[in-house]
Design a binder for this molecule. Structure first.
Ligand code: BGC
Length: 274
């Protein structure tokens, strides 16, 4: 990808969990904007390959790396491969996440643990690796290459369920609520290093994670009662917001959560009640 108008020309971007859904859209977005993209998947190699092919077929630059973000060795290897291939890192989109739904009374420790491990511990491992890399490469930068702008950007994938309680999904909601304070705390800690950390919180976005809802006409109708804007979101809606938070256009934005939810967090049930 070439052209002066490309927002992320030659920047290196890791998008965890980019074999499908929002992560995939983010990987494609950054590649279209001129970045070298590290596409990551945990278990579905074929889907990971599809994302990679979509990028390469359009003339983009990307590699595919398998890593389970909840495993420290995998995460370290993911970052090592990124640096050995592209030489640096500019943006981490810490996106990998999953749901293992169950009524609370029946939730197994395994269901709880898996979601916390991937959604929250995975966030910790990836963000720590990215921050260490940003600081390391800044140390090695030449005097003249220092600028006033951020030396590295992290965007975490949270959810409206970092503020909306969600019965039947307490592991997921707890992980996302955890991300909120994790994000704000490391943002406070890393800002003096000129590393920016923010998150996006999507509402209902049409992806495999909630297919059960949007593919069923009755459930879809119910969902619309929760969305004042009266449409389901697209992965591209989220990718564009991630792009803004990862760009220098938002250079003074630190520790913020951007809700991309068609108004889902506006207490829509109060529109004609209360
Ligand atoms: C969940 C989706 C859900 C949406 C709105 C997301 O974080 O992953 O399954 O549709 O929140 O409730």
């Amino acid at each position: 990808m070439t052209g002066p108008e490309l927002k992320f020309k030659d920047q290196v971007v890791i998008v965890t969990g980019s074999s499908s859904g929002i992560g995939k859209a983010c990987a494609i977005y950054f590649a279209n904007q001129g970045a070298h993209v590290v596409v990551n998947y945990s278990s579905n190699a074929e889907e990971g390959q599809n994302t990679l092919n979509e990028i390469l077929n359009k003339g983009g630059s990307a590699i595919l790396v398998q890593a389970d973000v909840s495993r420290e060795d995998d995460v370290l290897a993911l970052f090592r491969e990124t640096i050995s291939k592209f030489g640096r890192l500019d943006v981490l989109v810490s996106n990998a996440g999953l749901q293992k739904d169950s009524p609370f009374l029946e939730m197994s420790l395994q269901q709880w643990q898996k979601v916390i491990d991937v959604n929250l511990t995975g966030m910790f491992l990836c963000c720590r690796a990215a921050a260490r890399q940003f600081i390391e490469q800044e140390k090695n930068a030449t005097e003249t290459s220092h600028s006033e702008l951020s030396i590295g950007k992290i965007v975490m994938m949270s959810s409206v369920h970092d503020v909306i309680p969600w019965a039947g999904h307490v592991n997921y909601a707890a992980s996302k609520g955890g991300i909120m304070m994790f994000m704000k705390s490391i943002s406070q800690e890393l800002a003096p290093h000129k590393i920016r950390v923010n998150s996006v919180s999507p509402g209902a976005i049409k992806t495999p994670i909630n297919k059960e809802v949007w593919s069923d006409p009755e459930k879809y109708k119910g969902l619309m009662n929760l969305i004042p804007y009266k449409r389901i979101g697209t992965p591209q809606d989220v990718a564009k917001a991630v792009g803004w938070l990862a760009s220098d256009e938002s250079d003074y934005v630190n520790g913020e959560t951007l809700y991309i939810d068609g108004g889902m967090t506006l207490y829509p049930e109060f529109a004609d009640n209360g």
